[in-house]
Structure formats: C-alpha cells, structure tokens
Design a protein around this ligand. Structure first.
Ligand code: NAD
Length: 375
C-alpha cells in the first residue's frame, strides 16, 4: 500500500487499478489520475517494459494536456504488458478482455496509444459499446492516427514557435531541416505535413535504427516502407546508423515521437537542433529540458505540442466530424503554443513552467468546485 501511495500528490492519482486474467496472460494497469474536469481520456499502450511510475507520469501528462487544451476531461493511462507486435488474434483477445475488465469504470474513456490503433478501439466498442474514442470511420469515429491529428497540431505548434527560436531573419519552415525519432502515427504524419510546407526531412528513426541524408529523405517513400511493415533502415539511400544516433543528426528541428526519457542527462549535450517539439509524451527528462533551455534550445512541452490526438478524441466523443476536429486542433494548439511562449518570454521561465501554470490553475479551479477534490 505504502509503495503505491508514494506516487500521490495534490493532483492525483485518484485510482490505480490492476487488471489480471491468467487464462490469457493479460496483465495491465489503469491509472486514473484526476477527473475533476470530467471523465478521463487516455490511451492504451501495449509495451513489455513500462514501469508503474512511467504509467503514472503518462496519466498525469493526460490530465495536464486535457486541461491545457480546455477540454472537460481528466487524465488516465493504461499499460498492457505485452509485445505490441504479437499476432493479431492474440492482441484482439487481450484488448477485448481488457475492455470487459474496465467496462464499469465510466470515469475512464479509452483511446489508442503506442501498440494500439483504430482497429483495437473498434474491438473495444464491439465488446462494451461505450467509453471509447479513436474509432475507425466505419465504426463512427474520426480515425485520429490515420488522419494524423497529433501531427497536425505539431505542424502548427512549429509554425508558431519558429520566430521564438533565434533562427536568422528570413529563415522559414520551407528551409528547415527536420529529424524525427519514431516513424509511427505521429512521426510519419508530422513528416508528411512538414514536407507539404517544403521542410526537409534529413533524419528519421524507428525501433530498428536510423537513416540520415543531409540532402533530404523522400517522405512518401519512407511512409510506403513503414506501411509495408519495413523499417526506415530499409530506405535505399542515405547513411544508416543505430537507433539512438538520431540524437546526433545535424538539423534545425528535432521531433521525438517514440518513447519517454529519450533525451536525458547522458545524451542531452549531443542534440544539435534549435527547436525541439515534443510529439511523444515525456520524451525529455526534466534535467534535459532545463539544460537545453539554458543552452538556447526551445522545447515545446508535450502536453501543448501533441494535444491534437486527444482534442480529436474529445471532438469524436462530442459527435463532431473530421474537418471540424482539424480546425479545432489548429486553433487550440496555435493559441496555446503562443500563450505559453509569450508567458515564458515575459516571465523568463521555461515553456514547461508556463504550460504547467496554465494547466494546473485550470485543474485546481475545477477541483475547488467539488465536494472531494480530484474525483
Ligand atoms: P506508434 O506505435 O504508431 O509509433 C511509434 C514509432 O516509434 C514506431 O515507428 C516505432 O518503431 C518507434 N520507436 C519505438 N521505440 C523507439 C526508440 N526507442 N527509438 C526510435 N524509435 C522508436 O506510436 P505513436 O502513436 O506514433 O506515438 C508515438 C509517441 O507519441 C508516444 O509517446 C505517444 O504517447 C505519443 N503520442 C501519440 C499520440 C497519437 O495521437 N498517436 C498523441 C499524443 C502523443
């Protein structure tokens, strides 16, 4: 008991639930962080190696993200301890069993995350017919990963952030060299949207390795490779490196779109970019973010930059259509990015501090209306 409670602070977590079904080897944890603002939305991650602490931090990120985006939702996260690349029938069995186990937690709305997708959400809908977002269009949803909802927000966050980065006068997205770590739903769609703005993708990494070409990689070719189940290291041109070498690539904008803590005290000195836009959740340690800030690198915090996905999920929950969701993402991410960067500049604080002030003030006000506080 004391062990679990060591994670508690004034915002949460409200509940930590273990889900276990030995007959099919289902092992999962649901963390409902804070539901003062409304039912918690948070993704289901399938991964073999996520600690409870990481799950709690990811749930907290969702509380802050929903609050910062002005959504009437709290934050939560599920981790299913399994190999995300397991055979589909096995994954379907696990996800359906998880849905059954969580069917009565009406304060939690499920969504996709690493290792799950629209199809997984459709299995959940079929199983329990409620409390799920991120559905395929054919099941009444807005397929947020397919349309690149999060990446759409990232593209707009970058546009707002560029004038704050100390790039030379006249420098624009059309000339910017971009490196992206993680080439899944977030990474590949970010590459696509940025290529549409004539940005040059010089580097990309996935779990198998990384590829670098200072003259630019062909984004469509890379996406086709990934969609065919291959890796960025199967790209025919460019130089190939190991997975973590992406931190060293010479570029202007670096987008982490994979796992937590990938830039940390060990490798933060190696990053070359002037702008880091956090597509992944908690991709930089606190120390790394501070170090980069002190060295003139602007980091747009995760819960501001990558809120497009949850905004899309919340819009789906309210019955909106795709074009409405994309407009709302653009508006919310742009205005929040601007707000946070202005506040950071005026008060001479880190963008994360400014973003925390914005989100925590909203959560605390919602908590003040309640008989209890966080639920
Ligand atoms: P995904 O499963 O579609 O893709 C993940 C990609 O990262 C894959 O290409 C995988 O090979 C690669 N990868 C995994 N470990 C890696 C490593 N150590 N180094 C380099 N690459 C690695 O996942 P996604 O939906 O694109 O999510 C990526 C990140 O963005 C996660 O942190 C997720 O929480 C966050 N995020 C996603 C969304 C969304 O809408 N999908 C929204 C907000 C935040």
């Amino acid at each position: 008991m004391a062990d679990i409670l060591r994670f508690a602070d004034n915002l949460g977590p409200a509940k930590i639930i273990q889900v276990y079904e030995p007959s099919i080897d289902l092992k999962a944890v649901l963390v409902i962080d804070n539901i003062a603002m409304g039912p918690a939305i948070g993704g289901i991650r399938v991964a073999p190696d996520v600690s409870i602490e990481e799950c709690l931090r990811l749930a907290r990120t969702m509380t802050l993200k929903n609050a910062a985006a002005g959504l009437s939702h709290g934050g939560a996260k599920v981790v299913v301890y399994a190999d995300p690349k397991m055979p589909k029938p096995e994954k379907e069995r696990l996800i359906r069993a998880l849905a059954c186990a969580l069917r009565n937690f009406h304060e939690y709305v499920m969504g996709p995350d690493m290792g799950t997708d629209e199809e997984s959400m459709a299995w959940i809908k079929d199983e329990i017919n409620c409390n799920v977002t991120g559905l395929p269009a054919e099941a009444g949803g807005i397929p947020l990963d397919q349309i690149g909802a999060t990446a759409w927000g990232i593209r707009h966050a970058i546009e707002v952030a560029m004038p704050y980065c100390g790039f030379p006068a006249g420098f624009s997205l059309a000339k910017a060299r971009v490196a992206i770590q993680g080439f899944g739903a977030v990474g590949k769609n970010a590459a696509r949207f940025l290529a549409e703005q004539q940005a040059v993708l010089v580097g990309a990494a996935d779990s198998r390795g990384s590829v670098y070409d200072p003259d630019g990689l062909d984004v469509n070719k890379l996406i086709r490779l990934k969609d065919a189940g291959k890796s960025v290291v199967d790209y025919p041109d460019g130089e190939k490196f190991d997975r973590d070498a992406i931190v060293d690539f010479d570029c202007d904008i670096w987008i982490p779109a994979a796992r937590p803590d990938v830039v940390n005290e060990d490798n933060m000195h190696r990053l070359k970019a002037k702008l880091v836009v956090e597509g992944a959740n908690i991709p930089l340690t606190e120390g790394a973010e501070k170090f980069l800030h002190d060295h003139g690198v602007l980091c747009i915090p995760d819960f501001i930059a990558n809120s497009g996905g949850v905004i899309c999920a919340a819009m789906e929950y309210r019955g909106k259509i795709e074009s409405e969701a994309l407009d709302i993402i653009e508006h919310k991410v742009k205005s929040n990015t601007r707000l946070v960067l202005e506040e950071a500049r005026t008060k001479k604080i880190l963008p994360r501090e400014a973003a925390m002030n914005l989100a925590v003030t909203r959560v605390e006000r919602a908590m003040s209306f309640k008989r209890w506080s966080i639920y």
